[in-house]
Design a protein. Structure first.
Lengths: 115, 442
């Protein structure tokens, strides 16, 4: 199955403070391990929400809202697309990630429509 | 909204409702096994010398985990725990073996060496990678039958249970269990060394590895038997093995070629099955449903294969053919002359009647059905295609395009009688019926 990992890293990522070299190295090591295990399909980091936009739909009306967005704890700072055999496997991998804050969400991606 | 339970993880121990802990631990163990087993077996095999013993030691460690973790919690570094547990058993085993074989003073030295070898705490990534490569090469050793290589690879590298492999291949569990036992025995009897082969041997051994991975992929992509036309889980296993191999051997063009081929073919998995499970052939597929991510990954892998230099091998060439389809926004835009040229190259490198048949299809598309039919007719006497259902299927298609509906109908019916796959048989019978209707109308 394919799962999307949403990194809700909270305010620290919103402030766009660059991570320390040590933290970066540790993260890279973890990411490399995932790639070597054939797990990572895709990965990306997002710019702070201050550079983002939202479009709200209400009937025919579209309202554009400029960032930064208020709910800082829920803001996604990065994502991964993983190929795993089960949610449990994704969970075991994610628990090994070298983070000390934030919430990471695992969601299964809908695949093979009609099968 | 359903209420979700919040679990607080203190270090490694999950605190939650007591009743769910045991099953939760079992699920965690299953997932950890999936992540760790190949590395575990590979590391042990390097020390004990054969993958049969290594796998048994790893299984023992798994049993220990199943006994202890549900009560004590999953350790913080489960991989290291499993290796540590297996290591103790390995040392016991080596001690017992040496007592039988050698003088006492030598035992100490061997045990010491084993201890060093098994200390994964200090193992560098490169070493782990070599162990894994060694495991792949051993499980896919040409001394084993194809069936045995497939079963053993899924077991020791995929971390699949015998039951899971049996289910995937629609055969009894006992058949797979026997295959694996026999495979281990064959490896032991042939004194196959646990190593990454070099030089000329490497080329032949690598070909065997790639063959096994592609066999697994194909069994998922166009199931030879059963009621499902595709079994995506097998494709995913094969892709994962291919991706791991490409990380371990990034400079092998054909490894990248095979990965490219599988990624691009897998991009069509969702589109090649209709709403009621029936096969949808390539040119009839809704290309909007092709998986762009997999196409992108496939094209990137193909580019890597091409960049590594030299003439493209059979897998990279087939990937290049798949890429021609992937790049065409509509079926009508397909660059058929290029596909014919690529099949010419495949036929030179790895000539086979099946390749000739595929080439005939491409010729039919590029230069008209009469040209295609001439080539197909040349294959009618080919003994290896005698019971291959796609020969009459292709011939039927070309005859139909030439307006020879009655002959086409007979070919589709013959094709239907030759396939073991229910879905494919239905598709061919439907085409036969269409031909009969065309004839009535004409």
């Amino acid at each position: 199955m394919r799962v999307l990992i949403m990194a809700k890293e909270g305010e620290q990522s919103e402030a766009a403070t660059p991570p320390t070299p040590d933290a970066m190295a540790e993260f890279q090591k973890f990411n490399e391990e995932l790639v070597k295990a054939g797990v990572v399909l895709e990965a990306g980091r997002l710019y702070p929400s201050s550079q983002g936009k939202r479009v709200r739909f209400d009937g025919k009306r579209r309202t554009v809202i400029d960032g930064p967005f208020a709910e800082t704890k829920e803001l996604v700072a990065g994502y991964w697309l993983w190929q795993v055999r089960s949610i449990d496997e994704a969970l075991e991998w994610l628990k090994r990630a070298p983070y000390d804050g934030g919430t990471f969400e695992i969601r299964e991606v809908f695949e093979y429509e009609g099968m | 909204m359903k209420s979700s339970s919040t679990r607080v993880c203190e270090g490694a121990i999950a605190i939650g409702p007591r009743s769910g802990d045991a099953t939760e631990a079992h699920r965690a163990i299953e997932a950890i096994w999936r992540i760790e087993s190949a590395r575990l077996i590979a590391g042990l095999a390097r020390v004990v010398g054969d993958i049969g013993t290594a796998e048994e030691l790893a299984q023992d460690a798994l049993v220990a985990a199943l006994e202890q973790w549900p009560a004590e919690g999953v350790p913080e570094r489960p991989g290291a725990w499993l290796m540590g547990t297996a290591k103790h058993r390995a040392i016991d085993l080596i001690r017992r073996r040496k007592t039988l074989e050698r003088k006492h003073e030598e035992i100490g030295r061997d045990v010491e060496r084993a201890q060093e070898g098994l200390d994964r705490e200090t193992a560098i990534d490169e070493e782990v990678g070599d162990d894994l490569l060694g495991l792949i090469f051993t499980a896919c050793h040409p001394v084993l039958s194809k069936d045995a290589r497939v079963a053993l690879t899924l077991r020791v590298l995929g971390g699949l249970t015998t039951e899971e492999i049996a289910r995937a291949f629609l055969v009894p569990v006992s058949t797979i269990a026997q295959r694996i036992v026999r495979a281990k025995r064959t490896l032991a009897e042939a004194h196959v060394r646990f190593e990454v082969p070099g030089g000329a041997e490497r080329v032949a051994r690598l070909a065997s590895v790639l063959e096994v991975i592609y066999l697994i992929f194909n069994e998922g992509y166009s199931a030879t038997a059963g009621k499902d036309w595709v079994r995506p889980a097998l494709c995913e296993e094969a892709l994962r093995l291919g991706r791991i191999l490409a990380e371990l051997a990034p400079t092998e063009p054909e490894v990248n070629g095979l990965v490219a081929l599988m990624e691009i073919q897998a991009s069509r998995l969702g589109a090649r099955v209709g709403p009621s499970g029936e096969p949808v052939l390539l040119l009839d597929q809704d290309r909007a449903r092709w998986d762009r991510l997999l196409i992108r990954r496939g094209l990137a892998a193909l580019e890597r294969a091409e960049r590594l230099g030299g003439a493209l091998g059979p897998y990279a060439l087939q990937a290049a053919i798949a890429a021609c389809h992937a790049r065409a926004t509509t079926a009508a835009e397909t660059d058929w002359p290029r596909i014919v040229a690529l099949y010419d190259a495949v036929a030179q490198l790895a000539p086979s009647p099946v390749v000739e048949l595929n080439r005939a299809v491409a010729v039919g598309m590029a230069f008209g059905p009469a040209a295609g039919l001439e080539l197909v007719d040349g294959l009618l006497a080919e003994p290896s295609l005698k019971s291959y259902h796609l020969l009459p299927a292709v011939r039927g298609d070309l005859l139909r395009k030439l307006g020879r509906s009655e002959e086409a109908r007979a070919e589709f019916e013959r094709g239907a009688s030759l396939t073991e796959n229910v879905r494919e048989r239905e598709l061919l019978m439907r085409r036969a019926a269409e031909c009969a209707a065309e004839r009535m109308a004409g």
